[in-house]
Design a protein around this ligand. Structure first.
Ligand SMILES: C[S@@+](CC[C@H](N)C(=O)[O-])C[C@H]1O[C@@H](n2cnc3c(N)ncnc32)[C@H](O)[C@@H]1O
Length: 339
């Protein structure tokens, strides 16, 4: 039976002790920005989310890997997904093989809704050497899927394919989580979730949905959602909004079209640093645009910024190792001694 535990709380490094980082801990590579679902809590459900939709080319992946070798260290993790559904890219498995071969990351993970996994893709994914496959579930039956993400799913088939993936996973860890709103109205929802998925995953959990995309109306989705925002997805008791967003201190994202951004959760409004066709990842990571964003966070000016001022993501921390508020002054001095 799967262990009931979160995905994100393993071996966190205290950020305050290690920043500024010469190498991002986490490089997000958006294999595809297309999505086959329209989950009601995700900006993909909006017709006009304003993000380029397409698959990353193998040529772009090659460029990312070549440039990644210029960082002094390996990334702790390369995450082969971002705003879209990576399995929409038929070359995903090839890209993971390329990344494994380039040896630029300690781990390569994907998060996927899993709906495009059939036996053939399960075999290819496992053969690619991907370390962790995380499946985001949106229901415990086909009606639930239709309600949460607007598509008809052959649920029996879906479970069969996930079971095949799990049974043949080799060294790949298969983890699953369900959105809390998908079982909120079902009296024995969590029990049924555990019964269905507990025997076909290494670990499972229920994830809180939080207001993540700035211009979406979350009040219609769930009454608890703004409470969830303060305490984040990880259930860590917090009383007020954090001043400093930790994300840009350790993450970098390359979008499917080559844009390099901060990897905010609010992808449609993500901070643009540059383009991998015009500059290198190392230059962008050490560049002025990123530094300006870090300084703004440390100086407590995020509450005046149009993108950051209403964002709840700084409270979406994983453990206290992620919190930077108490050390903002100290880190500011390290980043800019003349400040
Ligand atoms: C944007 S999706 C992209 C990857 C892939 N398509 C998937 O479904 O896992 C990445 C993850 O973010 C989660 N997510 C998206 N919007 C969220 C929100 N408002 N609150 C909490 N999690 C959210 C999804 O459930 C998913 O696990």
């Amino acid at each position: 039976m799967a262990e009931f535990k979160q995905w994100r709380n393993e071996n966190r490094t205290y950020l305050k002790d290690v920043i500024p980082l010469d190498t991002p801990f986490n490089l997000k590579v958006e294999a595809s920005s297309i999505c086959n679902l329209k989950c009601i809590y995700c900006a993909h459900s909006k017709k006009d989310h304003g993000v380029y939709e397409g698959n990353m080319s193998l040529k772009l992946m090659d460029r990312i890997l070549e440039q990644s070798k210029d960082f002094p260290h390996k990334f702790k993790v390369m995450e082969m997904f971002s705003f879209g559904e990576s399995l929409c890219n038929p070359n995903l498995e090839k890209m993971i093989c390329m990344a494994k071969g380039a040896d630029v990351a300690e781990k390569i993970n994907i998060t996927t809704n899993g709906l495009l996994i059939n036996k053939e893709r399960a075999d290819k994914l496992i053969a690619s050497g991907v370390d962790i496959i995380r499946i985001s579930l949106q229901g415990i039956d086909s009606e639930g899927y239709e309600k949460t993400c607007g598509v008809k799913v052959n649920f029996v088939n879906f479970i069969e394919n996930l079971k095949y993936l799990y049974d043949n996973r080799g060294n790949t860890s298969v983890r699953m989580k369900i959105a809390d709103i998908a079982i909120a109205d079902i009296p024995d929802g969590q029990k049924r979730f555990e019964e269905i998925f507990g025997s076909i995953a290494d670990s499972i959990f229920v994830e809180k949905i939080i207001p993540m995309y700035a211009d979406m109306d979350y009040s219609t989705i769930n009454n608890n959602i703004y409470d969830n925002a303060i305490h984040g997805r990880e259930n860590i008791k917090q009383d007020e909004m954090h001043k400093v967003c930790n994300r840009p201190f350790y993450r970098l994202r390359v979008a499917a079209d080559g844009k390099v951004t901060a990897a905010c959760c609010d992808i449609p409004n993500d901070f643009y640093y540059g383009n991998i066709y015009e500059d290198t990842l190392v230059n962008i990571w050490n560049g002025e645009k990123r530094k300006a964003l870090l300084m703004m966070q440390l100086q407590g000016k995020r509450f005046d910024h149009p993108i950051c001022k209403t964002c709840m993501i700084p409270n979406d921390i994983t453990t206290e190792a992620d919190v930077l508020d108490p050390w903002a002054e100290e880190i500011l001095m390290k980043l800019s001694p003349s400040y």
